[in-house]
Design a binder for this molecule. Sequence first.
Ligand SMILES: [Zn+2]
Ligand SMILES: [Zn+2]
Length: 429
Amino acid sequence: MKFQVPRGTFDVMPEKSAAWQALEAKARALSTGYGYAEIRTPIFEATELFLRGVGETTDIVSKEMYTFADRKGRSLTLRPEGTAGVMRALIEHGVAQAGRVHRLWYLGPMFRYDRPQAGRYRQFHQWGAECVGSDQPAADVEIILLLVDLLAGLGLGDLVVQLNSVGHPGCRPAYQEKLRDYLRPHLDTMCADCRARFEKNPLRVLDCKVPPDVAIAAGIPSILDSLCDACRTHFDLVQKGLAEQGVRFALDPKLVRGLDYYTRTAFEVHDPARGAQSALGGGGRYDGLIAELGGPGVPGVGFSAGLERILLALEERGLAPGAEGPKLYLARAGGEGVERAAQALLRELRARYSAVADLEPGRSLGAQFKQADRIGAVAAVILGEDELAQGQATVKDLRAGTQEKVARAELAAHLDRLLESLPRPENAR
Ligand SMILES: [Zn+2]
Ligand SMILES: [Zn+2]
């Protein structure tokens, strides 16, 4: 029997984890810089939460959820997205209240039973942010800027924001009628999914991937022509705010995103270097969601970004950081006293740097240096009988090939200078 990762999942092996860590660290730092606090919610929730919070007419809910019954027969679902769980938590903890603004971010795995393809997996990872409690266009602008600034900070400055407004429950029904009028003559030839969408939510025909339906959907009337005055003003102010911050954006009246709960602003950030799978992230405003989930009528806006796709875009541009091994190698040659002192020194080095030593005692210095070379260590700290007797250690710069004896009291300062240009591990003091 040969075990393999389940289809649509992947292992992050050590040579790739540095790139993940760097991306996660940047997302964390930027979220903090924007005044957003982290929220962590469970990976599974009651299935009903996603039926209501994502929408029953969406592909996510109708085709892609990992739903299972637990031992008591409760229907649970692995979260297919992050927003519903975050809103559930805000409601449950009683903090979703009118007039209070919450700025939150999250990062973690999501699960969708989707056809695996480049940059798309069944267990995938999202960084997301939610600005809850304000209906101001400035909140939409802030959320879009947070995503754009992360991508630009990673070196992805050549992206385009696609922007739309999907109106609000007051002006959308008139648009949906317009849409039905347009679709009605084509309905007989359209797929069963589209015929169901026609009744429940005709905007969803834009999700259809059947070629003749895609052609029909391409001709739908623009939603931007049906916005009410309030939605129009909101949308104008979002565009003005983005333009003032120098964000490149393009209007896309067909952008409705995969979730039912969006109101007004919907956006996606695209990588023009890629084709169909070019969205690195996106989001929008969801003013009705919290009420839909049983909370007060509190508005919100947010985004999520796919870490796999961002890493792919970074790799394609040669911007993904490579793996980093331990910086220091402790080599030793001597009797039991040296061995004991070496183990103590190794622990000291590890408190400050990243260091390893041979697990097997008594091997030749040559064999130990070979190991140091293999792991890509920057320097070797050598402890022999002489060094032990004199309270010293020899430091060998493995890049330059030079070495010098250093008093133990000076060792840290010496190594600091040697490693100065290199990043320290996160646990360094
Ligand atoms: Zn409206
Ligand atoms: Zn269709």
